[in-house]
Design a protein around this ligand. Sequence first.
Ligand code: SF4
Length: 226
Amino acid sequence: MIKAKISEIFDSIQGEGPYIGYRQIFIRFCGCNLLCDYCDTEFNKGDEYTVIALIDKLKSFDLKDIHSVSLTGGEPLLQYEFLKEFLPKLKELGLKVYLETNGTLPSVLKQLIDYIDIISMDFKIDSSAKIGDVYSKHKEFLTISKNAKKEVFAKLVFDEDLKDFEINECAKLANEFDITLVLQPKMVGYEIGVSHNKIVEVFNRFSILHKDTRLIGQVHKFFDIR
Ligand code: SF4
């Protein structure tokens, strides 16, 4: 029987991006294919769930007032075999599926896209993702999302080291696919880990290059909510 390793399942608010403040049930899958420098997520320890056990666990929450179920991680798309069985059952509950992904596994997205409603995709920088050409993977990922007419937006976590050419590449992708781009300064614990000057500089540059740019921090950390 297919199982997925899940580090936590909890009811909270979305703390990032344009859906900030909405109530969601979060399912945090273990494991990731990237090694981002700034990663602060504990996604290695967890418990194994079968599809039926996870559906039962979800039913133990009050589902009637939630906005959606967030599949997060780690990288949820690494659990392709499990999701292939789980997502149809999740949709039977009448819930919206919100995918938080690093946008590097387009072939998996293609298999699951019909079951996903909203895609929150991270733009990764080659130097921090450490898997080579991330740009072309993002491009393929966005093509699949757009062709399937899914709601998709991108988030870029940045720090002092963000370079001009990286800004140009991200803005080019956001323009090409006409998506909202959310800039999110890196956090160090509960503190903003980027200087005021760098935040203003990055926001100003992106705003010139891509009209639909927003600067949004991680709100759940200000409220001390996980
Ligand atoms: S993609 Fe996300 S979960 Fe994976 S290493 Fe990077 S920040 Fe961490």
